[in-house]
Ligand binder design. Sequence first.
Ligand code: 13P
Length: 249
Amino acid sequence: MRKKIIAGNWKMNMTPSEAKALCETLKPLVAGSSADIVFCVPAIDIVPVVEAVRGTNIRVGGENLYFEDKGAYTGEISADMLKDAGAEYVIIGHSERRGYFAESDADINKKLKKALEKGLNPIVCCGESLEQREQGICFDWIRMQLKIAFDGISKEDAEKVVIAYEPIWAIGTGKTASADQAEEVCAAIRELISELYGAKTAECIRIQYGGSMNAGNCRELLGKPNIDGGLIGGASLKAEFGEIANSGR
Ligand code: 13P
């Protein structure tokens, strides 16, 4: 039985002082959750958030990392920096990074390798645009994204990865994929992992859904057999996140 993983992606929201206040609001609300709870926060919030959630069931993650260890890469953050600050997870290949910051599948593969080498738990994102869905290439697109992301990753490492299926058309739009649509793609992702690594790895890898998940739709989505959690944007910045965290109980 896969343990559910409910992660917030704060994106570019919350100053350090706002972040601390949000942690105080959310800590009691997620305390009873039976899922793994992760707050993926802006780099500058990692240290104060780690401090604020110390001793609780909340783990902290970054929203990005660079694949080099150190050096002249102005504005980037390394895996060692994330680890030393207390982050245990990192989001890799979010569609906003792919879209606004031109991250390629090859970059994402390098980032995934670096995160695994350094002992961070990666949350690797994939997902199609509305146009791609309408063209009927959703599965082909996601298979390509994931095949490149996992290229050269061992079976042992693959089992540590969380995959987040986030249809771009459902992100921040209030337009959620139906539970059946989300389940169909998550099942296809598990099938791909089975092709690449075998049935045992496919059985243990966790696949999240992300895209306008909220307190109203989370139960149906999380009730699907291949959806093992959520990656939550807007609703992770409010008390509503507590309801989502507890919806699996
Ligand atoms: P929303 O929940 O705001 O749609 O964002 C989803 C997302 O992009 C999480 O990574």
